[in-house]
Structures are given as structure tokens and as C-alpha cells.
Design a protein around this ligand. Sequence first.
Ligand SMILES: Cc1cc2nc3c(=O)[nH]c(=O)nc-3n(C[C@H](O)[C@H](O)[C@H](O)COP(=O)(O)O)c2cc1C
Length: 147
Amino acid sequence: MNLVRLMYASRMAKGVDPDGLTRILDASKRNNAALGVTGVLCYSPAGFLQVLEGPPEAVNELYRRIVRDRRNEEATLLAYAETSRRRFPEWSMAYFRGDGIDRALLRGLTSEKAFDPMAMTAAEALRFLTAVATERRRFLQQSAGDE
Ligand SMILES: Cc1cc2nc3c(=O)[nH]c(=O)nc-3n(C[C@H](O)[C@H](O)[C@H](O)COP(=O)(O)O)c2cc1C
């Protein structure tokens, strides 16, 4: 299947509260599942980092919608490329709090000391998202093993 991967960073608009974030995630999970889009959304006070993977029409249309969404601003495209396989196939939209991410995980992944998506290069962003996804998978596997 023809797939693309899109990554962008943006800042949260003033006045958006934690409830706003929950609404974004609920809409993302619902819509993305129907569109065949998967990905990860990270948020910290410094901003959003999101990766979207799926059919090009769906990803492009979704990105246009997100750029128009007033809950974020300064959307900055980090990468857009065709790909033969998804890196984040299991999540319609996984969510991570960037400021809760282990410092040890951050070290070596970005040139910044704190999670600041707007300061990341495309390569750093993909390494970072891949690393947090690997951590999440490990955690989920452990939890399943504990049962
Ligand atoms: C940072 C950010 C990320 C978003 N990511 C998604 C997404 O992955 N999927 C999605 O459907 N909407 C996403 N949205 C919300 C859309 O802009 C839009 O509000 C939503 O798709 C409308 O869905 P609805 O018509 O079902 O309510 C995002 C919004 C923001 C601010």
C-alpha cells in the first residue's frame, strides 16, 4: 500500500487547558482509526510533536485540518516522505507527555536538555518518537506478562 509519514512540531495556543488536550486525543483516536492513520502525539509546555502515518490523501487532509486548528500555532513541518512500512502501526494515536519523559531517554536523542519539539531536527524527532514508542511497547509487554 502507498503510505506516507509526516512529522511536524507546533505550539499550543494560549488558553487551551488539559480538557482541550483530552478532546484532541479523543477526536484523533476516533477519526484516525476510520482513516487508516496511525501515529504518536507528544506534548510538553514547549509544544507538540506529532507523527502521522497512512494513505497520502488521509495524512495530507488531516495535516491541513491540524494546521487550521486554532488550538495550535506555528505548525512547522519536519518531514514528509513515502514509506513502505509504518513505524507506529499499533496506535491510532498514542500520547506521551514530553515533560514526563525520562531524562536518560532524552540524553543522546536531542541536542536540547528538555523536550522542545520546535528545536528538533527531523532525524532527532524520528529517533525520539521511535524511542518513546519502544519504551511504551516494553511497558505494555511487561504489564501483560505480570497478569
Ligand atoms: C496538535 C493537534 C493534533 C491533532 N491531531 C489530530 C489527529 O491526529 N487526528 C484528528 O482527527 N484530529 C486531530 N486534531 C484535531 C483536528 O484539528 C480537528 O479538531 C478534529 O479532527 C475534528 O474532528 P471532529 O470533526 O471529529 O470533531 C489535532 C489537533 C491539534 C491541535
